[in-house]
Write a protein that binds this ligand. Structure first.
Ligand code: KG4
Ligand code: ZN
Length: 342
């Protein structure tokens, strides 16, 4: 079964063709980052307009690169939640129009379920159940993936997502948006024990995360140094911050993995590109003889191949939409789409 995936939840307009949920036939990502960089973050109105301008050509390119026409496509999968509402609506309405015109089934896909599915494209043998750390710009969760379409959140962030904390710390150090990758690069040149940073805990919820206190501590450290006219070693601060975040993520993931008795540990989302996180996960899972799955860098960030992959499993589970499909800015991963007509 060939599925055309469509993704426009934030600042990437993406279309891809995937066969049977596992094989990428094409994967086109049109990034808007250069436009948003000058504002230091994503401007929702600009994102929506740029998706509208790009989506037709991106879709055509995805079909061309796969060597297919719309007639060869069996269904359309589109990100409908969560994300920037104006941005989501561009993909949703494009998919609805295309589905109506070409008479193809329409599959609504949750963006974070898609990030997890990036691993199905990378590891043919991987199948649920497994435990998954989801670390993106908007989400930080430890999720039990019970089946392809059945999820249970075991831990969540109570405030900022990990990616958000990376981006805000990067901004305070003068790096461009999105700053996660610049912190990653700077950290390689710094000493991770140079700064003693807090490891915030959530009272009564030992596995939940809190990054805002850590972020504020780093921002205050930068501001105090500026006020006093002191030179601050950005590489050292980046390395210390990255180590603190990675320690928090990996230690809780390992504790929950042991508690639930999983052997397969999966990681998903943009922050899974972080080299410090990848190294720590590799060493810890090796020490504990666990199997680690992290997508290649090309599939860590937003793309539509992951949406088409998850779309395949949503289709098999009967999770289809009709033309009443709407975008939804926030939606728990546990909740499957409920069609208004069903
Ligand atoms: O999953 P994603 O592409 O978009 C969302 O769904 O949010 O994640 C984007 C986030 C940004 O915060 C970005 O700074 C972060 O992923 N990121 C990184 C790295 N590459 C991307 N964070 C740390 N280290 C990286 N190498
Ligand atoms: Zn994402």
């Amino acid at each position: 079964m060939r599925i055309l995936g469509i993704e426009s939840s934030c600042d990437e307009t993406a279309c891809a063709v995937v066969e049977d949920g596992r094989k990428i036939l094409s994967n086109v990502v049109n990034s808007q980052i250069e436009e948003h960089k000058i504002y230091g973050g994503v401007v929702p109105e600009i994102a929506s307009r740029m998706h509208t301008e790009a989506i037709g050509a991106v879709c055509r390119e995805a079909l061309d690169k796969a060597g297919l026409t719309l007639d060869d496509i069996d269904a359309l999968a589109v990100t409908y939640a969560p994300g920037l509402i104006g941005a989501l609506l561009v993909g949703v309405n494009f998919a609805k129009s295309l589905g109506f015109a070409a008479n193809k089934p329409l599959i609504p896909v949750h963006h974070i379920r898609g990030h997890i599915a990036a691993n199905y494209l990378s590891f043919p043998q991987l199948a649920p159940p497994f435990i998954c750390l989801v670390v993106s710009g908007g989400h930080t969760n430890i999720v039990e993936v019970l089946s392809y379409t059945d999820f249970k959140i075991l831990a969540r962030t109570r405030d900022d997502a990990a990616g958000e904390a990376f981006d805000k710390v990067a901004r305070s150090l003068g790096f461009p948006y999105p700053g996660g990758i610049y912190i990653d690069k700077a950290a390689k040149l710094g000493r991770e024990d140079a700064f003693r940073l807090p490891h915030p805990k959530v009272e009564g919820s030992p596995y939940d995360f809190s990054f805002s206190g850590l972020k504020t501590f780093v921002l205050n450290t930068v501001n105090h140094a500026k006020q006093k006219g002191q030179e601050l070693n950005a590489n050292d601060l980046a390395a210390s911050f990255q180590k603190t975040v990675c320690d928090m993520l990996v230690s809780r993931l390992m504790q929950l993995t042991a508690q639930k008795g999983y052997r397969d540990v999966v990681v998903a989302g943009g922050v899974s590109a972080n080299s410090g996180l990848r190294e720590k996960l590799q060493s810890e899972t090796k020490r504990l003889s666990l199997n680690l799955y992290i997508p290649p860098l090309s599939l860590c960030g937003d793309n539509a191949a992951m949406i088409a992959s998850q779309g395949y499993y949503e289709y098999l589970a009967g999770n289809l939409a009709d033309l009443s499909l709407n975008g939804c800015s926030s939606l728990p991963i546990e909740q499957s789409y409920i069609c208004a007509q069903c």
